[in-house]
Design a protein around this ligand. Structure first.
Ligand code: UD1
Length: 382
């Protein structure tokens, strides 16, 4: 059997690493070998957004690079489809495996199906119900077309059934990203926070604040809905700099999109001159995991971090109005609460979260063995 799997952007790398490991393990154990080729579309190309993760997670170099780069959604998806079509025609895989919800996920699932190649979607069935999110469009299209839909939780199974997906196409496997978290936990725990900060600080001359365990906050922001609108982003930045970083050190690894927008909206000077706000370049996997392990609080609009906070037990304010990952919310036993981007609401939940203790929870099958179940399901469906 021949599998082509696809990655394009940062959140894909921690999902593909355990899948590749599962294939290696399967091949080492005898039985019918699985031939695997990794395709990188090149949506994320900065060293810190891509290669760092290949190195840290021991992902073998991609066999095929599409070199798509940045662009509008249509450009990224269109360019990926044109390049991937040639790869599929040449390699003739039995399966194309896509993960997550980025533009590569959509582009490569459509391309595979148009060439009558079976498609498996790992992380199927997540729904935010918000079609203004590019990721929601990617999820809807990919799941509509996929032959095998492997879900991280049971709520996702319900979503797929409601959309009419037949039972035999759905497999409940758990969360593959947690395989990576469990495999890397020990290595991350051995890192020291001052060293992480020193290695990643953006302004090399800035004096780093004293950062005590359990008494600092970490934040990330990158969604267009938060960072692309001047009024919204300005209000968020003011709250974070004037209030959060007045209470405790605030560590902020900055996504390229957020950085561009800070400069565009004239917020850069304010941000760099705020004491106790530590600006960092996009940080590596272990560094982020280490910071998350003993943070007092996380503020983020990332879906993946919401999940990691749940398993680590870090109180998480999710700066979105909806989530495709309800299993991470407090009402489902998780660590996260939706606060949107209204500062009044964020402030209220921020106060509540400060009084909370860490509470690690493990949704069903988030056990570090999801990748093996994914491969088993693909072999069974072949
Ligand atoms: C993409 C994913 C999103 C995911 C996020 C994680 C889609 C639709 N979105 O959004 O789901 O949560 O990745 O990061 O696929 N840029 C660089 N260097 C890079 C990559 C991007 O400077 O290596 C710049 C681009 O020029 C662009 C901006 O960052 O201006 C955004 O990049 P893009 O790939 O369009 O989407 P993300 O916002 O990263």
């Amino acid at each position: 059997m021949k599998i082509l799997s696809v990655v394009g952007a940062r959140p894909n790398f921690m999902k593909i690493a355990p899948f590749i490991r599962a294939i290696e393990k399967h091949n080492a154990g005898g039985g019918e070998p699985v031939q695997h080729l990794l395709v990188h579309t090149g949506q994320h190309y900065d060293h810190q957004m891509s290669q760092t993760f290949f190195d840290a997670l021991n992902i073998p170099p991609a066999d095929i690079h599409l070199g798509v780069g940045s662009g509008t959604h249509a450009e990224q998806v269109g360019n990926t489809m044109m390049a991937f079509e040639k790869v599929v025609a040449e390699e003739k895989p039995d399966w194309v495996v896509v993960v997550g919800d980025v533009n590569a996920t959509l582009a490569c699932s459509v391309t595979a199906k148009k060439q009558h190649v079976k498609c498996c979607h790992i992380e199927a069935g997540l729904r935010s119900g918000d079609e203004r999110m590019p990721e929601e469009i990617n999820r809807l299209v990919t799941d509509r077309l996929s032959d095998l839909l492997l879900t991280p939780d049971t709520l996702s199974i319900e979503n797929l059934k409601k959309e009419g997906v037949e039972d035999h196409k759905i497999g409940f496997v758990g969360n593959i990203m947690i395989d990576t978290l469990e495999a890397q936990r020990e290595k991350a725990a051995a890192l020291s926070i001052p060293e992480v900060l020193k290695a990643n600080q953006l302004l090399k001359d800035a004096v780093l604040p004293e950062v005590e365990e359990e008494n600092y906050a970490v934040m990330t922001l990158h969604r267009p809905s938060n960072v692309d609108h001047r009024e919204i982003f300005t209000a968020l930045v003011n709250f974070l700099t004037d209030e959060v970083s007045a209470d405790m050190p605030l560590l902020w690894p900055i996504h390229p999109r957020a950085r561009k927008q800070l400069e565009l909206f004239g917020l850069w000077e304010k941000v760099i001159s705020t004491p106790k706000l530590v600006l960092m370049q996009p940080i590596g996997y272990h560094d982020m995991l280490r910071l998350n392990m003993t943070a007092k609080l996380f503020l983020t609009d990332s879906g993946g971090l919401q999940e990691e906070c749940t398993v680590l037990g870090t109180p998480c304010l999710t700066m979105r109005w909806n989530t495709e990952r309800p299993v991470t919310l407090k009402e489902h036993g998780g660590a996260s609460v939706l606060v949107g981007n209204n500062v009044g609401r964020i402030r209220e939940e921020y106060r509540t979260a400060l009084a909370e203790k860490r509470n690690a929870v493990r949704p069903e099958l988030w056990d570090g063995r999801t990748a093996e179940r994914c491969l088993e399901a693909i072999i069974k469906a072949s």
